[in-house]
Design a protein around this ligand. Structure first.
Ligand code: KIV
Length: 272
């Protein structure tokens, strides 16, 4: 049965809950496979921009593209909770537009929405929650802030920055978000923010003590090129497997070995 936002909110490890498992997906096959693997949450992330659309950052994905991919994920009818990212500029211009865009993601098939930022997004979070849409927070190395950060850099490396992150997390919790993704921070910061909160944290590059973990589908399966980030563990080399399969197909076509008799339709009597 599909996990609801309130059920996820209750999944705190210190209260004996199992760690939450979240993975991204962007289409029907990805969502179907992730669901069959038994993940708790599928994130239709704005990492769509990087790993599917080939951009260098997440700033190039629109609300229209996100809705398109949320609908593809929802078509898999996954058992997992589906949370969708509000992309850059879909919630930065005011609460009214943020609620309208969150509603578009829900109508496309999401169960909740995720947005980046802490105190600065307080009004927007409140407005979306007032529209009865569950919200997941995202703090730390928030990729939509790449220009402000001057690159993809580990965050909360000073005492002051770690305290600011804790404050942001508490404000999001007080507003009513049901969970918070904590990305790209020292493990101790991941541990402390998890201890400080009554709602679950879901870490990516935030150490082993968060209440759950999230990885990007293409990173986990070895479908990305280049050196993966430090926090990525590759569970498969699906990229090599796929290239090898396509190369065998190409070789068969060139050798006249595909299609064979079993892969062709028989000639009807009348045409002989
Ligand atoms: O878009 C995404 O994939 C994300 C994860 C990195 C948490 O936000």
């Amino acid at each position: 049965m599909r996990l609801s936002a309130p059920a996820i909110r209750a999944r705190k490890r210190r209260r004996g809950a199992e760690p939450l498992v979240m993975v991204t997906a962007y289409d029907e096959p990805g969502a179907r496979l992730a669901s069959a693997a038994g993940v708790d949450i599928i994130l239709v992330g704005d990492s769509l921009a990087n790993v599917v659309l080939g951009h260098a950052d997440t700033l190039h994905v629109t609300i229209e593209a996100m809705c398109h991919h949320v609908a593809a994920v929802a078509a898999a009818s996954p058992d997992a909770h589906v949370v969708a990212d509000l992309p850059w500029l879909s919630y930065h211009t005011g609460a009214h537009e943020a609620v309208a865009n969150a509603g578009r993601l829900i109508r496309a098939g999401a169960d909740s929405v995720k947005l980046e930022g802490g105190r600065v997004r307080r009004e927007v979070v409140r407005a979306i929650l007032d529209a009865e849409i569950p919200v997941m927070g995202h703090l730390g190395l928030t990729p939509q802030s790449v220009m402000a950060f001057g690159g993809f850099r580990v965050q909360a490396k000073t005492r002051e920055a770690a305290e600011q992150l804790s404050l942001d997390a508490k404000v999001l919790q007080d507003e009513g978000v049901y969970a918070i993704v904590v990305e790209g921070v020292p493990s101790l910061v991941g541990t402390r923010v998890t201890e400080d909160l009554d709602i679950p944290t879901i870490g990516i590059g935030a150490g082993p003590d968060t209440d759950g973990q999230v990885l990007v589908f293409h990173d986990l399966l070895g479908l990305t090129h280049g050196r993966p980030a430090k926090f990525v563990r590759r569970y498969a080399d699906a990229g090599s497997l796929i290239t090898e399969a396509i190369a065998r197909y190409a070789a068969d076509v060139r050798a006249g070995a595909f299609p064979g008799p079993d892969e062709a339709y028989e000639t009807p009597e009348e045409l002989r």
